[in-house]
Design a protein around this ligand. Sequence first.
Ligand SMILES: O=c1ccn([C@@H]2O[C@H](COP(=O)(O)O)[C@@H](O)[C@H]2O)c(=O)[nH]1
Length: 272
Amino acid sequence: MTTDFLVGQIRKKESFLCIGLDTDLDKVPKHLLQEEDPIFAFNKAIIDATHHLCVAYKPNTAFYEAYGIKGWQALEKTINYLNINYPEIFTIADAKRGDIGNTSTRYAKAFFEDLGFDSVTIAPYMGRDSVEPFLAFKDKHTILLALTSNMGAFDFQTKMVDGKELYKQVLEISKTYENSENLMYVVGATKATFLTEIRNIIPDSFLLVPGVGAQGGSLSEVCKYGMSNNVGLLVNSSRGIIYASDKENFAQASAEKAKELQQAMSLELKKR
Ligand SMILES: O=c1ccn([C@@H]2O[C@H](COP(=O)(O)O)[C@@H](O)[C@H]2O)c(=O)[nH]1
């Protein structure tokens, strides 16, 4: 998917919401456990109830890998369901990969070609040759961890390296990578005030912003400091939406939570 198409969807739906499909069988409604594939049954119900309110879905692969082959099959069924039924939706594999070049190429093939995701999250720590294999795929997006939402972000990401915070080095150096136009970045909603300086370095890049809802980040702060001329934001909520209820009406309850965020996003878009 091109970035222009994504921006068009954001304007049309008045939403830059990304719903995180972090599906945990300990948290899904009990009646679904009788299904042949309870993970997919849960995801399908959430997707059918919320697709008109969001522009992206982000399964975190950890929640699928934890169930072995059955989990991986559920992930494959979920991405296929999205690509067939809702091709206008931007899909993110939150896998946080990255390795030496030839291994990164295999990861890129797995997520972009075999599974058919539009984007994948990548850790920048191994540098240029670990990231460029992902960037080589046309109309696919590599979402580099820049400043993450967790407390541990302060262990390394904000440390000074050659007179500049490490996360700023990540932003600046990654701009010199081949096909860097295919880069997006992760910045946690819990670090919203850092967004002004981040936007000075990458004014137009799309940011995947997790951390509203369960982690306490503020949507209005993210928009105040991080919204660009082309919106440039995909704000993710996972637990806050998908676990709105553990009753039979769980999908409807998730749609109500998603609508609250979509309406707040619509107001933010109208401010600009
Ligand atoms: O900095 C980061 C990077 C990734 N995540 C992931 O996003 C979701 C957040 O889930 P919530 O339930 O909305 O808190 C989850 O998959 C994380 O692994 C992040 O939170 N922060």
